[in-house]
Design a protein around this ligand. Structure first.
Ligand code: FES
Ligand code: FES
Length: 161
């Protein structure tokens, strides 16, 4: 009997502001394409059910759960992952604040929180505490109790000129 052949897809997109082409098995999600085909393993693989937020990236500037987006749907689009957050060898103010204020412990949830917070900053110049809580409400953390995360994002807001 003839073995079933996997179907492959080829797309061109912008990843962290660089034009990128990638060939991948057509069934893969954006999360799998990023991690397995582009070796961008900063985006974390959590529940794969849209419940934990660990896989959050920006797609055309909007936060999405990359475990729920097909790679095929990203042709011609722009993806920003946690690897694209630092600017010219300098950590983003959110990354600095997470590192210094206990926003990260095991770190597994951190890329997702950072990207959700980045989306919040892009939308609101100075998000309020309530907006921060709402903006991060789709992300789960098993370690920090969230207070360090909220403190880090609030600190990054306070440091915004
Ligand atoms: S891995 Fe995507 S929401 Fe959990
Ligand atoms: S720091 Fe461990 S899950 Fe959030």
């Amino acid at each position: 009997m003839q073995a079933l052949q996997k179907q492959s897809s080829h797309i061109a997109l912008s990843v962290n502001n660089e034009r990128t082409e990638v060939l991948f098995d057509s069934y893969k999600t954006l999360l799998e394409v990023l991690r397995e085909d582009l070796q961008l393993t900063g985006t974390k693989h959590g529940c794969e059910l849209g419940e934990c937020g660990a896989c959050t990236v920006l797609l055309d500037g909007e936060p999405v759960l990359s475990c729920l987006v097909l790679g095929l749907a990203c042709d011609g689009r722009s993806v920003i992952t946690v690897e694209g957050l630092a600017e010219e060898n300098r950590l983003h103010s959110l990354q600095e604040a997470f590192a210094t204020l206990g926003g990260s412990q095991c770190g597994y949830c951190t890329p997702g929180f950072l990207m959700a917070a980045k989306a919040l900053f892009d939308k609101h110049e100075r998000p309020t505490k309530a907006q921060i809580r709402e903006g991060l409400s789709g992300n789960l953390c098993r370690c920090t109790g969230y207070l360090g995360i909220y403190a880090a994002v609030e600190d990054a807001v306070a440091g915004t000129p």
